[in-house]
Design a protein around this ligand. Sequence first.
Ligand code: ADP
Ligand code: MG
Length: 360
Amino acid sequence: MRLERAGFSLDVAMELPGHGVSAIFGPSGSGKTTVLRCLAGLERVPGSLVDFQGITWQKGAHFVPVHRRGIGYVFQEATLFPHLDVRANILYGARRHGMPRQDKAIQEIVTLLDLTPLLRRHVCHLSGGERQRVAIGRALAASPRLLLMDEPLANLDQGRKLDILPYLDRLHETLRIPIIYVSHDLDELARLSDYLVLLQAGRVVQQGSLFEVLPHLETNLLDEQDACVVLQARVAARDSSWQLARLDFAGGSLWARDHGVPVGSQLRVRLLARDVSLSLEKMEHSSILNSLPGMVTGIVPGGHPGLCLVQVQLGDSLLLAQVTRRSMTEMGIHPGMALWANIKSVTLLEQPLGTRLGTR
Ligand code: ADP
Ligand code: MG
């Protein structure tokens, strides 16, 4: 799709998977909202081609208007009807699509988002996180074929964000419709998305599966604190005497704090580059539990001029380690070198994949 504005041009080609959560990630002003508006049909962009699951929404003079696209749209700022209660706000979406008021699907949405206790409340008495849950419920009540979410957590403080993230996890697990999720927060995306498109100044810089793109993200576009990889892991064992869980991934095993996730569960694990150090020998006599053998496959600048990011292959997985340029020189780190990756901290991204109902 192409669009020209004074001081901004958008020229992007993206092909997103028809299921799961696709993320559009990029700094403020890179054109994320504009892409969503084009997809929704809120921007009419001549010369663009928009296809959705075999249906052409836009091509030449052909243009399917927004109300015919079957899109649910959740904005950064929940725009609820202030004179209505939660229930009426949610039913508004359903009524527009002629759904019966007691439809089972509505009940499911209410349950999914835990809205039952709020149904009779006026929306002016909701917290920011509750408002967003209602806004998501209202969007889903219209049984959309595609859900667009534009930085739905950006206006919430960290505490409220953590409150609402589990609901978004649940959407990810249970919804059969694709979600396109816009954010400039890599933390959210590492947890929620399957596919990642990196946008900069109206252009796609990188796109692909989250797991594959993260180790190669353009670091000049990132806050150096954010560089990370996400691994798919399985809880292989739990050691109750130390309250630790062993997580197996394609490339080794990691010990992490036991959060009670049952043995056999699949989950995502995030490793921040700044929590990974490198050594020439296995780290012993140290407090670090996870020291794994690997091979250097690449070295890229690490944001700050004194830092670099080293890509390390462990089996079938890639890790990132943030090291100083000085250490890199002193240790003689170069591509092809065998060394040990020492992982100080492992973040479990709670997301039992086994519960997903999608078609994957
Ligand atoms: P993002 O969502 O990534 O922050 P946007 O898509 O909102 O970026 O904006 C991309 C660019 O388009 C920015 O330079 C912004 O100033 C400009 N822009 C956004 N909306 C309009 C508009 N209605 N008219 C003119 N320029 C706009
Ligand atoms: Mg925006």
